[in-house]
Design a protein around this ligand. Structure first.
Ligand SMILES: Nc1ncnc2c1ncn2[C@@H]1O[C@H](COP(=O)(O)OP(=O)(O)O)[C@@H](O)[C@H]1O
Ligand SMILES: [Mg+2]
Length: 252
């Protein structure tokens, strides 16, 4: 097997790893009671299609408790809607989503750059020695009105060093990036034990206010071209070189 689309299946596999498990936000299949219970526990959750990509169909839901009661709100794309009770909100979400399975996940309050949320893509590929190597990393800044950072959803790729600078500097920043790459490496090795066919993965990682990394998803057909958005082409060249070694651009 070379690709695996179900975010749910991949989450269950990652949860089997003691090293990786602690970085996975609590995740459940979407239904009326799972959304409510995660909302009560975390106040903010993300709802996403089990087989989605490009940030399509991703919904952010939050619960605000005020003196006059609870307010339920959700945002899809750039539009947001507010409700006075959970049932009304749940039926609105159910109507707006497609007839596919979804999951619900603890929402992470991502770090911001120029007031826009950002997250990280770590590329891990098999190299010339057929060993896993974290070959690239890049930051992705969301459009100011959006809740997803995907390049194919108006996100802007920027050097990770630039985005992290406000939060961690110098040698500490380099060590922090090394840890992120190592997390990507651990994920690849673990996933590969369960699914031996993979040669490349792209891990989406969000960082919370305590600088703790959280794994949003693992892509098994990651786009190498996003690295061409960086001015410095060194990472792009390496990622493309490895992608070729792994048969990525071969004609069928
Ligand atoms: N649990 C979450 N908390 C905060 N943001 C999230 C969460 N899950 C996803 N996101 C945001 O939505 C984007 C798309 O979600 P992702 O799981 O990567 O699905 P896709 O396959 O559509 O890329 C992520 O890159 C991130 O910006
Ligand atoms: Mg993604």
């Amino acid at each position: 097997m070379r690709t695996l689309t179900s975010k749910w299946t991949k989450t269950l596999v990652l949860l089997k790893s003691n090293k990786v498990r602690r970085y996975i936000p609590e995740t459940r299949l979407f239904n009326k009671s799972s959304v409510l219970s995660l909302l009560k526990k975390y106040q903010m959750v993300y709802v996403k299609p089990v087989n989605g990509s490009f940030g399509q169909g991703v919904i952010r839901v939050d619960l605000q408790r005020t003196k006059s009661g609870s307010k339920y709100r959700y945002q899809h794309g750039t539009a947001s809607r507010s409700f006075g009770n959970y049932d009304a909100m749940y039926s609105s979400i159910s109507k707006s989503k497609l007839k596919r399975s979804y999951l619900v996940q603890k929402g992470i309050h991502m770090l911001k750059y120029n007031n826009r949320v950002f997250d990280i893509r770590i590329m891990v590929q098999k190299n010339r020695e057929r060993k896993w190597e974290a070959s690239g990393y890049i930051g992705r800044v969301a459009h100011p009105k959006k809740i997803v950072t995907n390049f194919h959803n108006s996100g802007k790729p920027l050097p990770l060093e630039t985005l992290l600078e406000r939060f961690v500097q110098g040698e500490q920043k380099q060590a922090y990036i090394r840890d992120l790459k190592n997390l990507g490496y651990q994920i690849a090795v673990h996933l590969n034990k369960h699914y031996p066919g993979f040669r490349e993965i792209g891990v989406d990682i969000g960082i919370d206010k305590e600088l703790k990394p959280w794994i949003f998803e693992v892509n098994t057909a990651p786009d190498p071209l996003i690295f061409n958005q960086l001015k410095d082409k060194r990472m792009f060249r390496k990622v493309i070189h490895y992608a070729r070694l792994n048969g990525r651009f071969r004609k069928k």
